[in-house]
Design a protein around this ligand. Structure first.
Ligand SMILES: Cc1cc2nc3c(=O)[nH]c(=O)nc-3n(C[C@H](O)[C@H](O)[C@H](O)COP(=O)(O)OP(=O)(O)OC[C@H]3O[C@@H](n4cnc5c(N)ncnc54)[C@H](O)[C@@H]3O)c2cc1C
Length: 443
């Protein structure tokens, strides 16, 4: 991990050094600074900068309140009252309004242009007392000896090198996974692989009425689309599928995205008058996690620790939750490392549990049985309401309150058995033999 650089004694001492000024790093910096810790936040880019991940969850709202930024987020965002699933195969759509979520705090969320969102979170960290440096890339880290400080080297835009001696390091470097990469801790998910291609458009059809502002997830033959309404008539459109489909494409990513849009009846119908107003970007978004999220004097938070397929718009929520937990661990480390280790262990357990709750759905998103369940109006045993709560980011229910989730899984197993016998759950809630084309498409 080490690299030759400035000598240890020229390094500037800091209590907590944070690598990366996205949602995870900015959240941790804001909370630490507000509690009086001496914190330095280093960001390799300059805000505002483009980032993907524009649809937020209701569970983000309480975090915004704690950070004091709810009004600012509301001012740059589009109110999101629901998530909607649209299926090309079923020829129908189902809405999941947050007004039906089990927790009354989960009534709405926002969709945001990430450049503005990340900029305001970063500025908030500075306003609360964190020292922030932009265009300053961390390039090496030598871990702390017991009771000592980690030596961190960074390079500024003008090529100047900086050295810092940090008592605790939070790695919030996103998908760069600075520490997990250097320590060889990053492990790809074995059960799910996906890649994404996306762009911004003007002139796409926006939902109106009760569905105004909602995210639309269009389930297509080879994968799924997001359609996320943003301010000023901009629609974010992305297509996610197995990486093999991307590798086998002919032509550019722009041609590939246009062809996928054209091939989906429900998406192409909304995109007839749309004009692309951004470059087309592709991300291999193979999910991964680090084997451990923390060690002596450091912790990885947000995408720097783990990345989950984005279908449930959970990335920013996990990043900000981890930012909050990371701040608590860092603060404890400064006075009581034993307590900090216990907090870090608990934080990792919470994050892994939340990710595995959503992971169960994510690994099955292309399964026809799960798709049937999403499109069915069925609320037997409160399954649908339980699903709405998961879509709201309510992923930390105690075992005793997880009945609807368990009922949903039991129903899935029962419907999977029926599917093998040629029977399917239909959008009207009935279970009957599928019409030939539906069964063929799903089997
Ligand atoms: C295709 C796709 C669609 C997505 N859609 C959604 C969605 O709809 N909703 C949602 O909630 N999430 C979504 N996500 C996930 C979301 O983008 C991330 O989970 C979220 O941005 C994680 O925040 P973070 O702070 O951990 O990392 P980031 O937001 O990536 O921030 C990391 C920061 O660290 C900086 N950095 C990196 N290395 C260094 C270094 N060495 N030195 C200094 N700075 C460094 C980077 O410049 C960056 O600013 C999506 C992701 C993908 C790939």
């Amino acid at each position: 991990m080490d690299q030759p650089g400035l000598a240890d004694d020229s390094a500037e001492p800091v209590d907590v050094l944070i690598i990366g000024g996205g949602p995870a790093g900015a959240t941790a910096a804001s909370l630490l600074a507000a509690r009086g810790a001496q914190v330095l936040l280093l960001e390799k880019d300059r805000h505002p900068r483009f980032h993907i991940g524009e649809s937020l969850l209701p569970r983000n709202i309480t975090l915004f309140e704690r950070l004091g930024v709810l009004d600012q987020v509301a001012a740059i965002g589009v109110l999101k009252p629901a998530a909607e699933f649209v299926s090309d195969e079923h020829g129908t759509a189902a809405a999941f309004p947050f007004s039906l979520a089990r927790d009354p705090r989960d009534r709405f969320a926002f969709q945001v242009p990430r450049a503005a969102f990340d900029e305001l979170l970063f500025a908030n960290a500075a306003a609360r007392g964190a020292r922030t440096l932009q265009q300053c890339r961390v390039v090496s880290l030598r871990s702390a000896p017991p009771g000592g400080r980690a030596l961190v080297h960074a390079v500024a835009a003008d090529g100047g090198r900086r050295a810092f001696a940090a008592r605790f390091v939070l790695d919030a470097s996103g998908r760069d996974t600075f520490l997990a990469g250097k320590l060889g801790l990053r492990e790809p998910a074995t059960r799910h692989a996906s890649a994404a291609v996306y762009a911004h458009y003007r002139g796409a059809e926006f939902r109106t009425g009760e569905r105004e502002g909602c995210i639309s997830i269009h389930l297509a033959r080879d994968g799924w689309f997001w359609m996320i309404p943003l301010p000023d008539g901009v629609m974010s459109v992305g297509f996610v599928a197995h990486p093999a489909l991307f590798k086998g494409r002919e032509g550019s990513m722009a041609t590939f995205l246009a062809a996928q849009i054209e091939a989906s009846p429900s998406v192409s119908a909304r995109m007839r008058a749309a004009e692309r107003i951004s470059a087309v970007t592709a991300t291999g978004n193979y999910s991964y996690a680090a084997r451990t999220s923390w060690g002596e004097g450091y912790m990885m938070i947000g995408d720097a620790f783990a990345f989950l397929d984005p279908i449930f718009s959970s990335g920013v929520l996990f990043a900000m939750m981890a930012g909050e937990m990371g701040a608590a661990v860092a603060e404890a480390w400064l006075t009581d490392p034993r307590a900090a280790r216990a907090l870090a262990r608990r934080a990792e357990r919470r994050l892994r549990r939340g990710m595995s709750t959503l992971g169960w759905l994510i690994t099955r998103i292309n399964d026809p049985v799960l798709r049937d369940m999403f499109l069915s109006a069925n609320n037997r045993f409160g399954m649908r309401d339980g699903l709405i709560s998961l879509l709201a980011g309510d992923i930390e229910r105690p075992l005793t309150a997880r009945g609807p989730e368990f009922a949903f899984k039991a129903a899935y197993r029962m419907l999977s058995a029926l599917h093998r016998l040629g029977l399917r759950l239909h959008p009207d809630g009935d279970i009957r033999r599928a019409p030939g084309d539906m069964l063929a498409a799903g089997s």
